[in-house]
Structure formats: structure tokens, C-alpha cells
Write a protein that binds this ligand. Structure first.
Ligand code: C2O
Ligand code: CU
Ligand code: CU
Length: 485
């Protein structure tokens, strides 16, 4: 039985104590630790994928401030960063731990941190009502009540999310547990964290922010892939099995991930943690906010060979412009180096157990509407009001929610406060896809699709959010308050 844990531990204080407290917290990496800049590379050249620093989630301090991401290529434009890095530090915790995190806002802007995919008490969820001003702190304390998985954190202040994420504020949050440890999945150097974003090809414009009418409708789509803040990344892999935890932290971009060789990606996890069983697929769709966790064995790949993790082309008829939704992209260049290790034991045939949520006691429909008139992005005709309660859900009740998209734009639909099970898809891709098994917190609803999910809030009561994770849509109204009572 999961229960709301811990007393509310939340303090706001302003001003002079901030610097001293930061020093006391000790050892903060205020500059990214990716080594010294090397020779600037040519425009098409690739740079090594950087590995974000780990930071235990108990006793962590996260400072949002202005800075410049590390780059081997030269001097990127000014950015907004957590602890001076993009991605911010990878927060790590085990199930059953308590996270205690001090968020310190040194931006010239209001902000608050949301732990995307973590089931936390409402006061720790980063609701826009809780945003703090410059030089204030917000103290988070919450137990890790959920399964192992790949989660992330990013800002969530009212109408400030798009700019703040775009300027560089985002990081991974990894939870481990005994169930996952027992599987012997690849770890250490064979565990790759990859945060995907599409940005301007020009490093000096990569973190600049401004939107025109097209951006306001579609979200910001750009033509150049960045991985962990590195433009056109490359990664050397040995002849071993690797685990890739991929996060789509883009503004609006949907990826269709695949290897250029056609070799399968063996899916093992997604938003809510492990899948019931490994599933080999040739490609995976990944909407903004979604994560996918897959294994690739490079044992059979000859040394010196290169593979490309790509986004395959697909068509979204409503999307035009120089870098349309669905354009082909070369995301991560993989270079096979070194010798082959001993062949690994086969992956376990069963990874986890996902009990079905069962028959719903209520049904609700949510229409995700994008139009060219003022207001633009709405759900059921409503534009977000952070003080208005839109949906009241009884605690512990199983419900069936239909997400309908009759607009011409993809809407990655995200829910806070719990995970859901994808039950059906009509229209468009027409089925529940293999990467949508298990527990999800974000589901991609393409134009003309209706996706049904089963949902139950059984951890915490309070105010949570349902919204589209296209960052423009989210900031421009496509969000509702869900009150669990
Ligand atoms: Cu990833 Cu409400 O957010
Ligand atoms: Cu979230
Ligand atoms: Cu949307």
C-alpha cells in the first residue's frame, strides 16, 4: 500500500544565505565536466557523446543558472543550465529511498522543478503554482515509491516551460531496484543515457529562444540532432551488449528510432520501467517526454564498422517548413571499436510483471484541439488556468480515459501523479504498439488517432496535471488540473 509520506518539507528563503548554503552543500559542478575543449570540428564532424555526471538524489542540490554548455566544437550560445551542465546531473536513487533535493533558482525568471514520471506528493510535483522567484529555494522531500526506470526532470513554471527547457534545463532521474538488479542488464560503461533534442545547426544559436507563428503552432522544430547537449554525437562501442536509455527532451520533435543496418532494438523498458518481456522491434516512435530503454548487441558487428541510430522519415501532412515533423535524421553515430567480449548470456525471457488495471468504473474523453485562432491549443475547449480544477478523480478508482486528436499536429499526452496502461488506439497507427506495453506516463497521439488508457491514482491525493508535452502546446493552454480526492 502506497501512502502519502513525509511531512511537507518546503522552505522558501531569499537572498544572502544562498551562496553560503551552496558552498556548504559542497562539490557542486558549476561547470560541465566534459574535459578541455579540443580542436573545433568542421560543420559535419561529430563529437563524442558526453556522459552526464551522477548525483545521489538524497541530499542533492540543483541550481538553475545561466551558463554555457561544454562543447568540443567551440563556444555555444549562452544557455540556462542545472548545475552548469546539459543534461543536468543524473539524479540516482533506489526504490524505497527518500529523495531530498534543494532546488535553488538563480535564473532571472520564475521556475520550479517537475520530476517527470516520478510519483510524488502534489506539493513535490512542481505544479506551476509552486514556482519560485530568483534567489529563492524550494526543498523537495519524497519517497521513491515506484519501480526502477528512466525518468527525468525539467522546469514547469506557468508559461515558462518551453523557453526554460529549450534553453537547456533538463536532466535524467534514474531509479533502480532489486527486481531490475536481478536481471543482470548491461550497466556501467555499457549503459548509455541519451537525451535527444533537435536544435539549430549553428552552435552559437543552439540555445537562443524565440518563436514565430509557425513555432507557436507546431512547436520549435529544428534540423540538427543533439545528444546530451552534443551536436551530432558519436559513440565508440565495444563488441558487447549495451543498454540505451533514450529520452526525448525535444521541444516538439517526434523520432522514429531505428538502426540503419535494420538490426533490431530489443525493447526492455519504457516510461514506467521494465516491460513484461523483451520485444525486438525494427523501429520505435518516441514523442516528446517519452523514454525508451532497449538493448543492442554489438558482438556480431565487425571492428571498425559504423552504425547509425537514425530517425526514419515518416509523414505528418500538417507539417511543412525547412525541418518538418517526420524528417529523416542521423541521431547517434556508433563506431564499433575494440575486441569482442565473451558472448553475454541471453536476456531473461521475463523482465517484470504488470498486473492489468481491470474494469474501469468511469470514462472520460479529452479532445486535444489546435486551431489557428487566438488561444490555439486547448483540451475540451479549455485553456489552462492554474487555479481552476478541471477534473475530479476519486482516489483509487480505475478509469478509462480517451485522448482524441482531430488536429493536424502530433500531441504527446502526459499525465502527472501516476502511470497508466495503454488499452487501445483507433485511427492512425491503429493499434497499441509494442513500446506502449507496461506502464506509461506519456503517450503519443498522432493526428486522427484516439488513444484509450486505463488510469488509477493510488499513491497521492491532490492537484496533478494532464497536458500535451509539445512545449508550445503546453505553455499555450493545452493543460488541465486534475484533482485526486
Ligand atoms: Cu515532463 Cu508536466 O511534464
Ligand atoms: Cu511529468
Ligand atoms: Cu500538442
Amino acid at each position: 500500500m502506497r501512502r502519502a509520506g513525509g511531512a511537507l518539507s518546503r522552505r522558501r528563503f531569499v537572498g544572502m544565505a544562498a551562496g553560503a548554503a551552496a558552498a556548504a552543500a559542497g562539490g557542486l559542478p558549476l561547470v560541465a565536466s566534459c574535459g578541455d575543449p579540443q580542436e573545433p570540428a568542421g560543420p559535419g564532424a561529430r563529437s563524442p557523446l558526453a556522459r552526464p555526471e551522477d548525483l545521489p538524489a538524497s541530499g542533492a542540490v540543483l541550481i538553475a543558472s545561466h551558463g554555457r554548455p561544454a562543447s568540443a566544437e567551440g563556444r555555444p550560445s549562452a544557455a540556462w543550465l542545472y548545475n552548469g551542465a546539459l543534461p543536468g546531473p543524473t539524479l540516482r536513487a533506489r526504490r524505497g529511498d527518500t529523495a531530498t533535493i534543494r532546488f535553488r533558482n538563480w535564473l532571472f525568471d520564475a521556475s520550479i522543478v517537475h520530476w517527470h514520471g516520478l510519483v510524488v506528493p502534489a506539493h513535490a510535483d512542481g505544479h506551476p503554482r509552486d514556482a519560485i522567484e530568483r534567489e529563492a529555494d524550494y526543498d523537495y522531500e519524497f519517497p521513491l515509491v515506484q519501480r526502477a526506470g528512466t525518468f527525468w526532470y525539467h522546469p514547469h513554471a506557468h508559461q515558462r516551460t518551453a523557453e526554460q527547457v529549450h534553453r537547456g534545463l533538463a536532466g535524467f532521474f534514474i531509479v533502480t531496484d532489486d527486481e531490475e538488479d536481478a536481471l543482470g542488464l548491461p550497466s556501467g560503461a555499457e549503459e548509455v543515457l541519451l537525451m535527444l533534442q533537435d536544435r539549430d545547426a549553428d552552435l552559437s544559436a543552439a540555445y537562443a529562444y524565440g518563436t514565430d507563428a509557425t513555432d507557436s503552432m507546431h512547436g520549435i522544430l529544428r534540423g540538427t540532432p543533439y545528444g546530451n547537449g552534443i551536436r551530432l554525437p558519436t559513440l565508440a562501442v565495444a563488441g558487447r551488449r549495451y543498454r540505451f536509455r533514450v529520452l526525448n527532451a525535444s521541444h516538439a520533435r517526434v523520432y522514429r528510432l531505428a538502426l540503419d543496418t535494420g538490426a533490431p532494438l530489443t525493447l526492455i523498458g519504457n516510461d514506467g520501467g521494465l516491460l513484461p518481456a523483451p520485444v525486438p522491434v525494427s523501429a520505435v516512435d518516441l514523442g516528446v517526454g517519452e523514454r525508451i530503454d532497449f538493448v543492442v548487441d554489438f558482438g556480431g558487428v565487425p571492428a571498425g564498422r559504423r552504425l547509425m541510430l537514425k530517425s526514419l522519415p515518416f509523414s505528418v501532412p500538417g507539417s511543412a517548413g525547412p525541418w518538418p515533423q517526420g524528417m529523416e535524421m542521423d541521431l547517434l553515430d556508433l563506431v564499433r571499436v575494440g575486441g569482442a567480449g565473451a558472448p553475454p548470456p541471453p536476456l531473461p525471457g521475463v523482465l517484470s510483471t504488470v498486473p492489468p488495471l481491470g474494469a474501469p468504473a468511469a470514462e472520460r474523453t479529452f479532445e486535444f484541439q489546435s486551431t489557428a485562432d487566438a488561444g490555439m491549443h486547448r483540451i475540451n475547449g479549455l485553456s489552462f488556468d492554474m487555479e481552476r480544477v478541471d477534473v475530479e478523480v476519486p482516489f483509487g478508482q480505475v478509469e478509462r480515459w480517451s485522448f482524441r486528436n482531430d488536429s493536424a499536429l502530433p500531441h504527446p499526452v502526459h499525465l502527472h501523479g501516476t502511470h497508466f496502461q495503454v488499452a487501445a488506439r483507433q485511427g492512425g497507427r491503429g493499434m497499441v504498439l509494442p513500446w506502449e506495453a507496461g506502464w506509461k506516463d506519456t503517450v503519443l497521439v498522432m493526428p486522427q488517432e484516439t488513444v484509450d488508457v486505463l488510469v488509477r491514482f493510488d499513491a497521492y491525493r491532490g492537484l496533478f496535471l494532464l497536458h500535451c508535452h509539445n512545449l508550445q502546446h503546453e505553455d499555450m493552454g493545452m493543460m488541465l488540473n486534475v484533482d485526486v480526492r
